[in-house]
Design a protein around this ligand. Structure first.
Ligand SMILES: CNc1ncnc2c1ncn2[C@@H]1O[C@H](COP(=O)(O)OP(=O)(O)OP(=O)(O)O)[C@@H](O)[C@H]1O
Length: 170
């Protein structure tokens, strides 16, 4: 069995607007998304989320709330992606372009779903109404979704201990 690759995704939301970033290089290049990346050895998922947010758009959020857990399988790749989605409504600093991302505010009624990962249009509505979600998407290539499982949840469930073990925390 191959361990999942742990990734974070942060969406800053203020009333009617959401901060997205245009991915300038790497995985998901050319698409709008939240800010995030890989969880590194020795850090918690939440620390990774805050670090990536700061590295990619220069802002600091102190009250990140975990709102979603998404698992992605890509046909032909034994390693699944496990994306931990966070939100915050306050932050420090001014969103600033980095090497990886170009930040821009979007009105919640004009989210550019056609230029985002195709799974986003399914779970964004749950995020935008303030609820939590858990999902699984099976991709063929980067544009085609073969299978979708998505549910709104009261509470997120995942095996913290497995993560801590994996990352040398316990
Ligand atoms: C498949 N459907 C998906 N839908 C929505 N979001 C997705 C996603 N799959 C990955 N993501 C997010 O995309 C970022 C990748 O970032 P990241 O690992 O930094 O990629 P990149 O190759 O640039 O990293 P390195 O520069 O090699 O570290 C990271 O926020 C991750 O949560």
């Amino acid at each position: 069995m191959v361990a999942n690759k742990l990734l974070t995704l942060v969406l800053i939301r203020q009333c009617n607007r959401v901060l997205l970033g245009y991915k300038k290089k790497g995985f998901g290049v050319g698409r709008w998304n939240g800010f995030g990346g890989k969880v590194e050895q020795g850090e918690t998922i939440q620390q990774a989320a805050a670090r990536e947010l700061h590295e990619e758009c220069g802002v600091e959020a102190h009250s990140l709330e975990e709102i979603g857990l998404l698992k992605f399988e890509f046909v032909g790749d034994p390693q699944w992606l496990e994306v931990h989605v966070f939100t915050a409504d306050t932050f420090k600093g001014e969103p600033t372009e980095s090497e990886e991302m170009r930040p821009q505010w979007y009105n919640i009624h004009s989210i550019p779903f056609n230029d985002m990962w195709p799974d986003d249009k399914y779970w964004f509505p749950i995020f935008l109404k303030g609820a939590k979600f858990s999902g699984y998407f099976k991709f063929e290539g980067h544009n085609n979704i073969l299978k979708t499982e998505l549910k709104e949840v009261e509470k997120l469930h995942y095996n913290d201990y497995e993560h801590f073990k994996l990352n040398g925390i316990v």
